[in-house]
Design a protein around this ligand. Structure first.
Ligand code: MN3
Length: 251
């Protein structure tokens, strides 16, 4: 821990190139270090130590019968790992300020390169996606105020599922379907291409994502081949509504 703090301080001091570091003094550096720590809570990694993948909350084979173990392993260790690695490169290459959270980066991603857009989005989206799933649950649905909000907005849970599924099924090429909230905490369904998401200033849809499904072929092709619809229909059994609820609570 002591070593971590020292290396983090050294990193920040190096980044600030001496003159600023001297002018803000040790107290200033400490508060910067603290803000890096707070960024870590929400982004599973921060600039000081690098963005990193959080461990999968279940085994590769935990979602079997719907998502096979090989797909999960390749998806997590190759595709998602690649986004994290390339994000760290982009952050270095483009001199992103120390302590910048991933959410903050996404909100002004138009100021950065396509590499940043693709990989900051890719890292955020996959970290969210893993947590949005859990092993198959019977009669899987939300409860409480989230269910109520879904019924108010979409008429019924069945209608919501149908509309969200359509967003994923009709996304041309690679992308994501989302349930997200706007500033008034109203629910919306939408989709984005590539690794874009509703937090990005460049996105066609804007808000806070509660639930997302990856509809890139790499997410399902080994088991489902061209049948994206079957993958999406099965995926509803895996949705971790407790996690979605926790995001709704803080939206
Ligand atoms: Mn993916």
């Amino acid at each position: 821990m002591e070593t971590q703090i020292k290396s983090r301080r050294k990193f920040i001091a190096d980044t600030l190139k001496g003159s600023i570091a001297v002018s803000v003094g040790i107290a200033g550096i400490s508060s910067l270090a603290a803000s890096c720590s707070s960024a870590k809570k929400s982004t599973s990694g921060n600039f000081a130590t690098g963005f990193s993948q959080t461990p999968l909350p279940y085994a590769y084979n935990a979602l079997e019968n719907i998502i096979d173990a090989q797909t999960m392993e390749i998806h997590y260790t190759k595709h998602a790992a690649g986004y994290a690695k390339n994000l760290n490169e982009a952050v270095k290459e483009e001199n992103v300020a120390a302590g910048t959270s991933l959410e903050n980066l996404l909100s002004k991603v138009s100021k950065y390169s396509t590499k940043m857009r693709n990989n900051a989005g890719g890292h955020y989206n996959h970290e969210l996606f893993w947590k949005c799933m859990r092993p198959k649950t019977a009669d899987n649905k939300p409860t409480g105020n989230l269910l109520q909000a879904i019924e108010t907005e979409f008429g019924s849970f069945a209608n919501f599922k149908s509309k969200f599924s359509d967003a994923g099924k009709t996304r041309f090429g690679s992308g994501w379907a989302w349930l997200y909230t706007d500033g008034a905490k109203k629910l919306h369904i939408g989709s984005t291409p590539n690794q874009d998401n509703p937090l990005m200033d460049v996105s066609d849809i804007h808000g806070f994502p509660l639930l997302g499904i990856d509809v890139w072929e790499h997410a399902y092709y080994l088991k489902y081949q061209n049948k994206r619809s079957d993958y999406i229909d099965g995926w509803w059994n895996l949705v971790n509504w407790d996690y979605v609820q926790s995001r709704f609570d803080k939206a």
